[in-house]
Design a protein around this ligand. Structure first.
Ligand code: FEO
Length: 164
């Protein structure tokens, strides 16, 4: 059985995951508008992943006999700057999410809620991957140094991402 406090904290994280999904979808639309189809595809898949993260927590709450309470999702911006700035924003967002996941994990540990700790372990591992991916793309974009031809090659490379 989830404590009321843990349930509230997990519900808040569902909203944050859906907000991340919405944010990355807005970034994807922005990139597509700028004709960066590869970046757009990568971000759209990332948006889908974030939705799935929210649904993992949604399922966890229901499986534990809790109540899912969905909140309003904050509207994302529609302008994100250069491709480098887009991915710097992705990294900054993921770093913020990592901190929130760590706080949730600490709360679950404090409450000796082992089932939630095990569920959150997946998120802790996922955040390592998410930050690494964003850092890698930023490093590549910095090498590109805004030369358009190289940007197009990188855009094609990201466009090869498959599901998951
Ligand atoms: Fe749900 Fe990108 O972390």
């Amino acid at each position: 059985m989830l404590s009321k406090e843990m349930q509230g904290a997990l519900n808040a994280q569902i909203t944050r995951e859906f907000h991340a999904s919405y944010l990355y979808l807005a970034m994807s639309a922005y990139c597509e508008t700028k004709s960066f189809e590869g970046f757009a595809k990568w971000l759209q898949l990332q948006s889908q992943e974030e939705w799935e993260h929210g649904m993992r927590l949604y399922k966890h709450i229901l499986d534990r006999g809790g109540t899912v309470v969905l909140d309003a999702i904050e509207a994302p911006p529609s302008e994100f700057g250069t491709p480098l700035e887009v991915f710097e924003k992705v990294l900054a967002h993921e770093q913020k999410v990592t901190k929130l996941i760590d706080e949730l994990y600490a709360k679950a540990a404090e409450e000796k809620d082992y089932a939630t700790q095990i569920e959150l372990q997946w998120f802790v591992t996922e955040q390592v991957e998410e930050e690494k991916n964003a850092e890698h793309i930023i490093a590549l974009l910095k090498m590109v140094d805004a030369r358009e031809a190289a940007l197009l090659v990188l855009d094609k490379h990201l466009g090869k991402r498959s599901e998951g």
